[in-house]
Design a protein around this ligand. Structure first.
Ligand code: PRT
Ligand code: ZN
Length: 287
């Protein structure tokens, strides 16, 4: 019997490559012979991996050459292929922004009317302009978009930004965000039951990894007379674990805290009398 496999397309090299391979590894899927390969398999999971340019991934997934793929939302929306986002992956975060020369004023999207815009994302920019009733001349360039105003090729740019330092170094300022982006897992609509079961298995692992990253395991010592107050500050997965310490009158309390509220809770716990607070990363979290 032929074993059903899931075929995933990931970036061959570039900004998403390492995080994509790391995510699979954290899901217990290690890849063999990755270097300079176009395709590899995993011994741990029925998964075949194709290494591609990120721009080609939506099409390969839509056509069914790959079943799923990892790609930036920026590329996915720009290509407009018929694929579905299964899960946001939390890495490769950036935004597609409009930037203009630093010494110029920006008076809203309409002020782009009649301008020359350099970008690698013509479709997303066209849609943004249309949504704002502006018409501009779009110059599609595949790389080093940020130098276009400096060499007289364009008046403004629409490019990906993460720290903003590339824009800054080129005398530009960010004035408008067209799209917030991160890496996503995409799929096509050609799935059969067995493949869907495999995808759900993979998704279950991805969600456990993501959840673990957003949470920390906290251990602390609490005087018994403060225990109720301290427990009320800790959500825990069900409720906190409380164990007696060897020293009478004290307990050890274990719980899970989410990254968003972490520091506030830790301060409150300290003020409530908690001592010896230890914070430990969680590898996987299954609720
Ligand atoms: O060869 P291939 O076609 O596969 O790769 P690529 O060169 O097209 O893409 P790559 O590897 O540069 O980026 C892959 C994906 O990473 C993008 O499609 C985004 O989804 C995501 N990503 C996240 C980014 C950035 N952050 C980013 N900062 N992609 C590009 N940049 C570039 C940006 O274009 C600009 O030149 O970094 C510069 C700005 O960075 P800051 O930090 O100076 O603002
Ligand atoms: Zn690319």
């Amino acid at each position: 019997m032929v074993q059903t496999k899931l075929r995933i397309a990931i970036q061959k090299s570039g900004r998403l490559y390492e995080d994509s391979v790391k995510l699979l590894s954290e899901c217990g899927i290690d890849l063999r012979n990755v270097k300079d390969r176009l395709k590899t398999e995993s011994d741990d999971f029925p998964l075949e991996v194709f290494f591609l340019r990120d721009d080609d991934i939506p099409q390969y997934v839509e056509d069914g050459v790959a079943d799923i793929g990892i790609v930036g939302e920026n590329v996915m929306y720009e290509k407009g292929r018929k694929v579905t986002v299964v899960e946001k992956l939390g890495f490769g975060k950036c935004r597609l922004s409009v930037a203009i020369p630093r010494n110029q004023q920006y008076e809203g999207a309409q002020s782009l009317h009649g301008k020359r815009i350099a970008t690698s994302y013509p479709n997303l920019v066209k849609k943004f302009l249309a949504d704002n009733n502006a018409v501009a001349e779009i110059h599609e360039i595949s790389g080093s978009v940020e130098i276009a105003p400096g060499i007289g090729l364009a008046d403004v740019v629409a490019d990906l930004v993460s720290s903003g330092s590339t824009l800054f170094m080129n005398g530009l300022k960010e004035v408008e965000t067209i799209l917030q982006s991160q890496a996503v897992l995409i799929k096509n609509d050609k799935f059969n039951g067995e493949q869907l079961a495999l995808l759900n298995k993979l998704l279950f692992r991805i969600q456990a990894v993501k959840k673990a990253k957003r949470n920390k395991y906290v251990l602390l010592n609490a005087p018994n007379d403060k225990l109720n107050e301290i427990i009320s500050l800790l959500p825990g997965m069900k409720s906190p674990t409380v164990l007696p310490l060897a020293e009478s009158g004290w307990s050890s309390v274990h719980s899970v805290l989410s990254e968003d509220e972490f520091w506030e809770r830790i301060e409150a716990l300290k003020n409530a009398g908690a001592q010896g607070i230890l914070v430990v990363p969680i590898q996987k979290m299954i609720v």
